[in-house]
Design a protein around this ligand. Structure first.
Ligand code: HEC
Length: 113
């Protein structure tokens, strides 16, 4: 009986451990020196491009390329913050760590690679 409980505990434990290593926060967690290619582009693709693309509903404000995201950088910061601009994504604010990452990228001069 004790062995069963113990292995059950291990099974549950490893379940949590394996989930944890794949969370969204891990993929887009805190990054000290974010670049467009490594960090910003994947974030835009995951959260924004479904609408903000040539084939999306917001084709007038595409966020698919480096230049497009640079052009909208100030507006994106305002949207992510969602206080003085309508929040984006519309489903609700991103985790703060991702907003911080975007703002750090802007502050550090919009590094591409
Ligand atoms: C489900 C569709 C959808 C998604 C996903 C989405 N947006 Fe939007 N976005 C809109 C719509 C609709 C508008 C226009 C209405 C408004 O201004 O709120 C808009 C407007 C904007 C604008 C202003 C564009 C302009 O012409 O000035 C920016 C910037 C923006 N979104 C950024 C983002 C960012 C950044 C993300 C991802 C974090 C995102 N959006 C995700 C639908 C979306």
């Amino acid at each position: 009986m004790r062995t069963i409980k113990f292995s059950l505990l291990i099974a549950i434990g490893s379940l949590f451990a394996s989930c944890e290593s794949n969370t969204y926060a891990d993929i887009f967690g805190y990054v000290e020196n974010p670049t467009y290619e490594a960090n910003i582009k994947p974030l835009m693709n995951a959260q924004c491009v479904s609408c903000h693309s040539t084939n999306g509903t917001e084709s007038g404000s595409p966020l698919e390329t480096y230049q497009e995201v640079v052009d909208y950088a100030e507006s994106i910061s305002c949207r992510l913050d969602g206080v003085s601009c309508g929040v984006m994504p519309q489903t609700g604010k991103l985790p703060q760590v991702q907003i911080d990452m975007f703002n750090a990228w802007v502050a550090q001069g919009l590094v591409q690679q």
